[in-house]
Design a protein around this ligand. Structure first.
Ligand code: GLU
Length: 368
């Protein structure tokens, strides 16, 4: 199966996989899932888990019914349930010596450039520390206007900002069907979507969108985001034990292939900035380093102009003032003014706080 070539994999698990409809916790399932993750980790895959279940577990603890909860009540319930959720993960994963960490995101954290860069760096640092981030929406503060509302789209945004190769949505359905299989006997599971726009048009959407607990709409929306980010996506039935192993061995799922290369998607995004906010002139040594795929350090900067914030698009010019790259700055223009020409290990002392060591990270830079 295609997972063999994926280095970074985001796996989203729905509430119904963790808590059944009688409100029993599916511990055996979680343990089998942890075993699958252990196997992936032993193949050096970087894993991010996006897990729902805070509200379901909070309801279980409080003996509430999920269906008649108002928003403010569900926020409190999510706060109660989130700790239960992480405890469950911690118990099951520690048996396989897997370390987990928690990341709670709100919509702005992935939609706003500066915050999404910060989130990206945190994921990268956690990978380096060999921790598995377990992500959920920060339900306790997200109001309806600033809510993803579903973890399918949240997971696709996480996949996008972390440059993931594959997103797996584990749900309670086998995948995307030609028709709603509950309404039509002749409905067939679509194994592969090669051309997102064309193939989706051929599906009889009547009733499809209500099929599956989280709804197919949010899954198709997630597939759209993945498709544009160069990330493949799988919808699979996660109810079985060892769900990832099942995907690899049985391949009974829907695979959305993105034809766009990840680098191309990111480059397009960086290049497509309408108006870069500033310019940085660098010396020949730094230019050479950049051409060789290195990040831009403060030491190589000769001049900075414009007013920009951390995360803004900037132009990078060579000493002859010719633009040769664009990127996202890890510092504001005021900060760059202070650290211009300095060695990276002096930055913290000059600014008075801990910060990144690269002014423009190589992953956030494109040669033009
Ligand atoms: N964030 C919600 C929770 O943890 C779930 C959202 C979803 O299921 O898509 O309960």
């Amino acid at each position: 199966m295609h997972l063999k070539n994926s280095k970074v994999i985001v796996i989203k698990i729905g509430s119904s996989l963790l808590v059944d409809n009688k409100q029993n916790i599916r511990r055996k399932w979680l343990s089998s899932f942890a075993k699958d993750i252990h196997k992936l980790k032993s193949k050096n895959k970087k894993i991010i888990i996006v897990s729902s279940g805070a509200i379901a577990l909070g309801c279980k603890k409080m003996n509430y019914k999920k269906t008649n909860l108002k928003l403010d009540k569900s926020q409190a319930v999510a706060s109660i349930g989130q700790i239960e959720l992480m405890n469950l993960f911690s118990q099951s994963f520690s048996k396989f010596k897997l370390n987990i960490s928690q990341i709670l995101l709100t919509l702005d954290d992935t939609e706003e450039r500066r915050r999404s860069i910060n989130a990206k760096r945190t994921f990268e640092n956690l990978f380096q520390l060999n921790f598995i981030p377990v992500v959920n929406e920060n339900d306790t503060i997200a109001t309806s206007e600033i809510k993803y509302g579903d973890n399918d789209r949240l997971a696709s945004r996480v996949a996008q900002i972390t440059n993931a190769d594959t997103l797996i949505l584990l749900s309670d359905v086998d995948g995307l069907f030609t028709k709603n299989p509950k309404l039509f006997k002749d409905a067939k599971l679509i194994k592969k979507i090669n051309n997102f726009d064309k193939d989706i048009k051929n599906i009889n959407m009547k009733g499809i969108t209500e099929f599956g607990k989280g709804g197919m709409i949010t899954k198709i929306e997630a597939a759209k985001i993945c498709n544009l980010s160069g990330c493949n996506m799988i919808i699979a039935n996660g109810l079985h034990l060892n769900p990832i192993d099942k995907i690899i061995k049985k391949n009974n799922c829907t695979l959305f292939i993105s034809k766009i290369s990840k680098l191309h998607a990111r480059k397009k995004w960086i290049i497509s900035s309408v108006s870069p906010k500033g310019e940085i002139v660098i010396d020949d040594g730094a230019k050479k380093a950049l051409v060789n795929g290195k990040s831009l350090l403060a030491a190589g900067i000769k001049k900075v102009s414009g007013k920009f914030s951390k995360g803004d698009h900037i132009k990078i010019l060579d000493i002859k003032r010719k633009e040769f790259a664009r990127g996202l700055s890890s510092f504001s223009s005021e900060e760059v003014h202070k650290i211009i020409g300095c060695h990276s290990n002096e930055i913290q002392k000059i600014l008075g706080y801990v910060s990144k060591s690269e002014v423009v990270h190589k992953d956030d830079m494109v040669e033009v």
